[in-house]
Design a protein around this ligand. Structure first.
Ligand code: ADP
Length: 255
């Protein structure tokens, strides 16, 4: 009986690992398709504008200037994308160094919001520290900056009109610190809350590159947060907008 039970357990584990392997393989294929598509779009544009110059279609200095500027912008898009891709694969291979330090998120966001308000006068940015007098966590400051910048960039890219409201709040519960980062932008459908963390997934594929995104931002966010021992999830807000929740283990002692 025991042999049978153990055999059955082994069979289930094998089945699970086969399924995980299949999922991984599928993600890998999707990622290669995503990279090829996203790199070929700006490349096609660059080729088109260069041949426009070579064929003499850009026959005035203004037109030439416009063509050259477009080529430069598309090359910058590709550059940004390759940088994101490089970071993404370094995180995947666990080759990105993390230097963990104790950071008080209450103080961090107080400063961060002040700076962001100065830089982005069109956005309303509010911070609610909640009942946390201090919210100490162990993070790599540079990588945490990257996470918050990605969330901010998305809230700006996917805002409804010319302005938008971002609200950041902290909740300290027992041994964790939860950070809510929410906006009042176009939001996502309830069924997309997990998919947006996949590489190259976009809720609106047609808008893809027009929004200037690499499609890797949230995949990078998830990898960084998990590498720091935390979790990140997305929630569609009632009445529109997106809420991102990041939970990190609380660091012991004061900051
Ligand atoms: P991208 O570079 O395309 O912005 P991300 O990985 O950062 O890639 O985001 C994946 C997708 O999730 C986006 O293409 C967008 O459809 C959706 N998304 C991300 N953040 C927001 C947000 N704040 N509001 C609405 N949709 C969002």
């Amino acid at each position: 009986g025991q042999v049978c039970e153990e055999f059955d357990e082994m069979r289930l584990r094998l089945k699970e690992s086969k399924q995980a392997e299949k999922r991984y393989e599928q993600q890998r294929k999707q990622m290669i398709a995503g990279i090829s598509h996203d790199l070929s779009t700006p490349l096609t544009a660059i080729k088109g504008y260069v041949s426009g110059i070579l064929d003499g279609i850009a026959d005035t200095p203004e037109k030439r200037e416009h063509y050259l500027r477009t080529i430069y912008d598309r090359a910058c898009d590709m550059d940004k994308m390759v940088d994101s891709l490089f970071l993404f694969s370094k995180l995947d291979l666990d080759q990105e160094p993390f230097h963990m330090e104790r950071v008080d998120l209450a103080a961090y966001f107080k400063d961060w919001c002040k700076e962001a308000r100065e830089k982005l006068p069109g956005m309303e940015i509010a911070f609610h520290p909640g009942p946390c007098a201090s919210a100490p966590v162990l993070v790599d400051r540079l990588q945490f900056d990257r996470v918050v910048t990605n969330l901010l960039d998305n809230s700006i890219k996917y805002r409804k009109g010319d302005s938008g409201k971002i609200e950041i709040s902290l909740r300290c519960t027992g041994n964790t610190v939860a950070l809510d980062f929410q906006d009042d932008g176009i939001g996502i459908a309830e069924g997309e809350t997990e998919k947006i963390f996949e590489s190259f997934y976009r809720t609106d594929p047609a808008r893809g590159n027009a929004a200037g995104g690499s499609g890797l931002g949230l995949a990078i966010v998830r990898r960084i947060v998990e590498r720091m021992g935390g979790r990140v999830s997305a929630h569609a807000r009632e009445g529109g907008g997106l809420r991102m929740t990041i939970t990190l283990p609380k660091a012991e002692g004061d900051v």
